[in-house]
Design a protein around this ligand. Sequence first.
Ligand SMILES: Nc1ncnc2c1ncn2[C@@H]1O[C@H](COP(=O)(O)OP(=O)(O)OP(=O)(O)O)[C@@H](O)[C@H]1O
Ligand SMILES: [Mg+2]
Length: 250
Amino acid sequence: MADPIILKDICKTYATPGESVHAVKDISLTVPEGSFVAIMGRSGCGKSTLLQILGTLLAPTSGSYLLRGQEVSGMKEKQVSALRRREIGFVFQQYRLLSEYSVWENICMPLCLDRAKPDTDYLRDLARSCGILDKLGSYPDQLSGGQQQRVAIVRAMAAKPGILLADEPTGNLDHATGQEVMNALAVCRHRFRQTIVMVTHDPETASYADFLWRMEDGRLLASGSHAEDPSSTALSDSAEIPSSTPEEVI
Ligand SMILES: Nc1ncnc2c1ncn2[C@@H]1O[C@H](COP(=O)(O)OP(=O)(O)OP(=O)(O)O)[C@@H](O)[C@H]1O
Ligand SMILES: [Mg+2]
């Protein structure tokens, strides 16, 4: 099967009045099936822009993006959104739950929008793995931040996407709660084998990933202990949490 994500020479320039911002510069990468990649880098270096491109939420200015072997550039928006809904789940720093709907309704929302029938056993199983099974009847404002983020993870996985993209999933949480969320993500991943790309500022959060890639000024840097070219980084089969810290990996 094709690698789920292959970027070739991707650039993104934001044209703003008076100046152009080159947020992503010439990035080529491959994310192999089942891998968990963390991306770190200074504020403004282009991480969220790259993640939005991976999520097909943002079109690159140039370059090629093969998502599950299909070239996204040039696809009609309707096709892109169908591919996105089928293949990708998102977790953001802000949980983006709908306050007027219950946890269960929030989780089922993407499926309802797609007129798909919720797989109740799967969703309850997932909710149990994330420790929110007893909260399905609650409303978002009755939950802690960590619980809301775990609801967002279950929602992101509701349509059984093969790819999960997370932008600073622990960014709004204290250390212990952030760990709870990452443990929930790790448990889900071990059970359901998603390919995950996560942006984070926190080295401990990044340590849950198999591999760490660094961005600097719109470019993706090779991670030190791996090959020079991030696209050729060989990922381990093991889904075990690496014992080394990201700084050691680098
Ligand atoms: N919609 C936009 N219009 C114009 N410039 C933008 C837009 N979005 C982002 N940028 C610029 O692109 C660059 C990269 O932004 P991006 O949000 O990808 O950074 P980031 O690495 O995610 O930062 P942070 O860690 O603070 O979230 C920044 O210089 C930013 O100002
Ligand atoms: Mg960002």
